[in-house]
Each structure stands twice: as structure tokens, then as C-alpha cells.
Design a protein around this ligand. Sequence first.
Ligand code: FE2
Length: 268
Amino acid sequence: MAIANHGASVPDLIAVGSEQENVEEWRKRCNIDQSSQIRLVKLAHMRYQHPNLDQITTFLQGFPLNLMYGQAPAEKGEYPEKLTINYEQDKPRTRRFQRFEPGPAAVHKLGHFGLCTQDFEKMVNFYTMTFNIVPTDFLYVEKEGKKHNVALFAHIDRGADYVDHHSFFISTNATTHVHHCSFEVHDFDTQKLGHQWLAEKKYESVWGVGRHILGSQIFDYWWDTTGNMIEHYADGDLVNNQTPIGYGPAGDESLAVWGPEVPAWFLK
Ligand SMILES: [Fe+2]
């Protein structure tokens, strides 16, 4: 008998699966000294606009980064309305019709930034030792019965406060380069309307719309006009210091639960 498809919002301790590690134990095992760390609050901006991508690649070999201190949060602006959704047995939206304004997807914030590196371990050690950057999920490959981590989704640790599943993504690669940066949008419809608008303007789609597994985001990747990969996402997971670190096998099937086929070169 076929099992009907379904979705559920599953507690992190269960969703992460059997290969998990408590963050405190990970800190001890890796000799992470929190008292000597630079404590980050948020990912604020990403700067790699440059007319010559070859030069950017060279520039990023040394991975310079900017830290900003002493900024006050901006006043909150107006947020888009949350849609009321009707389900089969629960229909709160009565005599109100769904209407949309076609156009580009307004972005709320820079959500995360992905980096490919030739020296994965060194890079992970640097970021997790120097800053309050904590692994959320590691992906590994198995060689001769041993597991080797090859990719990391990491969050900014703010203790019990809830933060995005990942603000950083680091992946092992034959070359060192930026993989993509990702901007949060309001919801699924916003994303699909944005997708349609970009397609109509003849921009080049990379991959999407789909739903990631790690982080759960609904994703949509595009090339910008200078060859940088940009993502829109909505509905990402939140974690805190009680969320265990997950470990899972690397592979295309770990990237999405639904969506178009992953382009073969997506992680190149
Ligand atoms: Fe992403």
C-alpha cells in the first residue's frame, strides 16, 4: 500500500536523526574556548561585487572579512501581510480572496553566505574557534570505513536565543570561491512571483523552486548578471544552543526533498 506524502514540523532532536552530537560535547572535544572568542550577533553584509570575477577569486583566497561594531538596529519598517491559508478541515479565510501583485521578490535580509574552500578543516577550525560560529550540520563522505567531513552548515550561537539554521555554509572544493549568498523573502508566493518575474526578464535560473532538507528553506537560485549565484529563500529553520549538531552523508539526495533535479555542477 502506498503511503501518502505528508509534511510535519518535527522537533530538532528527532529531525536531526541518530548521528547527532551535543554542542557542549563538541566544544570540549574541539577545545573551543568561548571566553576568547569574538562574539558575532548577525550576518550583516556581503561584499563581492567586482567587474572581474577572476580577481575576486584571487582576493578571496585570503578570505578577508569585515567586522562591524557598535551599530544600533534600524527601526523596523512595515512587514508584508501574512497570508491566511485554508486547509481541508480548517478554513479561517472566509469571504476574503487571495490576490497578488506580480513583480520582483522584496528581500528582508541577507540570510547566509556560502564559501567553497580547498582546506575545509582549516577553515572550519578558524571560524569555529575565533567566533561564536557553531556547527548545525556536517556532511561527510566515507573513505576506507572512515567518515570525513566535507561540508558544514553553521549558525551564529546566541545561547538560548533562536537563530537561523545557518548563516554560513562551507564546502570542500577543488578551488576556493564564493558559492552563493542567500536573501530571505516573505513567503512561498512571494518567491514564486519573484521567480516568474526573473524568468520573464530572461535572467538565468540555476535551481529552484524547491525545498531544502537541511535548513528546510524553500529555495530558488539564480545567476546574477556578473556570474554570482544568488538565492531567495523562505521558511527556514531556527535553532538554539539546545539543538544538536547533525552528521549525515553528502550527496545530491541530501540537498532537497522536492524541486527540479539538482544541476550536476551545483556544488562545483
Ligand atoms: Fe543557500
